[in-house]
Each structure stands twice: as structure tokens, then as C-alpha cells.
Design a protein around this ligand. Sequence first.
Ligand code: SR1
Ligand code: MG
Length: 416
Amino acid sequence: MVKGTYMMMTDSAEATYHPLDVEEAATYAATCPPLGAVAAAGATLRAREVGDGNLNLVFIVSGDEGSSAVIKQALPYVRLVGESWPLTIQRNRFERQAFAVYATMVPDLVPRVYHEDDERALFVMEDLSRLRLVRQGLIARQPFPRLAGDIGRFCAETLIRTSDFYLGSAEKKRLVAQFINPELCKITEDLVLTDPFYDATSNSYPPELQPAVDALWDDSRAQTNIAGLRHAFMTRAEALLHGDLHTGSIMGSPEETKVMDAEFAFFGPIGFDVGMFIANLFLSAVAHMARNTPESRAYAETMWDAASETWDVFEMQAQSLLDAAPVWRLPDEACDELIQQVLRDAVGFAGAEVIRRTIGLAQVADLNTIADAGALLRAKAAAVALGRELIAEHRDVGSFVQATDLARRVCIEELA
Ligand code: SR1
Ligand code: MG
């Protein structure tokens, strides 16, 4: 744990920042909503650090009578890697700014934020311990009947309502400026859209996977297309993206879905968030197919179905929002073209995310918890082949059914 004060020459707001320990987290929670009143009434607050993500400190602070809240604080480095990789603590501000926007559009799908403190790079939010990290639930084959519909709706509402079709020209540009997030974007530009496509030091995979990786690196169509996707990510400020919408950024239960971890938020291409989420459903499907038990094969089918449902709900909701757009209503044909563009982008970005979560930095437990070494290797080879096909074919995809058919076919062939 880094202790001490971080003096940032360029930003006096960061001058008193230091990472909290558990005692400080409990003391801090007593000074602000929602636990300040509980502490004032005499309760003792206790904190524990539960962050198991790649970047931040996360404290659950509890008072008496079951009252609790979460403090999320940015560390000045990438937790996954350590202090050798410094990272702006300003990311905490992007996250709570995004939650503020989301609260006006999909309040049921995001945690409540009670208090924010830019100086300490933290905010206090609703404790979501009643829910499970969706990635862990998917690995355990838990049913999430609401997940696909909720995320399809989340994407449509947040993306279309922050686009030029819903925001006036000046308002849109004001919001774009508020979300200029270069350091976090650079992580995605590098880790998702560049490094896995050449022999970068950030990649890691078993030597037996080299033929599948070579096939990716030698695939000229995939290489051309990933450059186009990277360019789109860097230049097309279409809508406010969550920017990291994988299943480790979502908590859920059969009754509820909550999207967290919005610190990568910035204005980018609409298809990116949809693609990230679908990629992680595809990865779950591949992992369960490779486990190859009757239960896991059946669960894999529910993952392909969930991907289709996500797209269908997104498309239907996006279409109806666009039809009612208050600022700029597109002619029908232009609207169809826009949705087709989003579909193609989503499929391409999904391919990049599948590849990155298999051979790049920050891989996924869906694959890495496969206990049987042979099944693990087959799963990873199938994932690399799947990602490669999605990237290579994404510009020719005409429907989401076509994309999932392609994805399932590749996996069935690879895992046969
Ligand atoms: C260096 S940060 C690695 C990853 O963690 C986050 O969850 C994002 O996915 C990022 O790419
Ligand atoms: Mg995260």
C-alpha cells in the first residue's frame, strides 16, 4: 500500500490526496452521507477493503443495524501491475461524472452516489453486496434472466441520449470536453486495440497457443480491420461510452442489474460498449463449451442467446429513441445505416475484446478457471480464432444473427 502525499504540480486539487487505510475509510464515512447520520447517532463504523479489480481501492463501510456504504478511491497507479505503472487519480471524477449522467437516464441500472470528494479522488456510493459480480456468476452458471435486456437498454438509453440526436450541438461539445479522458483511453488503445495484434511484452499465453496467435498476426484482413477499429475508437466522438463494459464491471442477481466502474467513460463510437459486453458473453460461451459437461454446454447456449437478446433490445430501443429524437431526427434510410454501422462496429470491437481477454493484459477468469489443461488450451485457441473471425468479418456483417452464427460455428469447429 502506498502511503504519503502525492504532490501534483499541475493540479492543486490532488495535493492532499493519499490512499486511505481501513481505519481512515471508516472515519471518513462518518463525516458524510449516508453513514454520517448513523455515526452521529452513536454507531461505530467498520471498514474492510474488498477491491479485487485492476485499478482501485474499494471499502465496504458498515454501521450498526445493517447500514452500509462503499467508498471507491482511485490509486495513483494500476493496482493490477503496481506502482511502476502510474495512473491519474482524476479517473475517479470521470466515473462519478458518468454516474451523474446515467442517473438521469437509467437510474435503476447504476448505483446511487451519495457523496463525492475530488480532492481525495473518491466517492461514496450504494453498497451492492446483495448482488454478485456477473463474471463470477457466469462462471458458476448462475442464471441472470434480466442481464441481457438490462444491458441492451443501458446501452441504448445512455448512448443514444448522449449523441447529437439528443443533445444540442453546443451541449454535446460541452459534455465531450467534460469527458476528455486521455490516460484511460490510452489503456484501451494499447491493451485492447494494439498490443494483442503483435508480439508485445504485455501479452501472455501458453507456448502451445502460438499457432493460433500467429494465424491472427498473419491475417492481413484482421490487421487492416483492427487499425480501422482503433482509428474509430480514437476519433469518432459519437456518444458517451462507459468504456469498460465487461462482465466484471456489472453486478447482478435474477432481479437486478447494476453497471459499475465507469472510469473509462469518454465520447467514442456507439458500437464500442455493446461490443465489449457481447464479447464477454461470447467468452463465457467458449469457456463453458470447452468445459464440455452437459450442464456447461447447456449454459453456453444461454450465453449465445443472451448476446442476441442484448443486441435485439439495444436495436429496438435505439431505433425507438432515434425515431423520437428531439434535436435531430434522421430520415429512415439514414437511421438504418446508422444502426448497421453500430452493428458492424460492435462485432469488430467484440472481436478485439475477445482477443485481448485471452492473450493480452487483464485476462478473464472465465477462461483461466478452466481446471483441465487440455480444455483450457482448446478454449483459448477457440477464443483467438473467434476474435480473429469477428475482426476479419465485421465489415461484412449484415445482421446480429449472422454474427452469432459465425461465432458459434467457429467455436464448434475449434472445439470439435
Ligand atoms: C491496466 S488496466 C487493465 C484493465 O482493467 C480495466 O478493467 C480495463 O478493462 C483495463 O483495460
Ligand atoms: Mg472494472
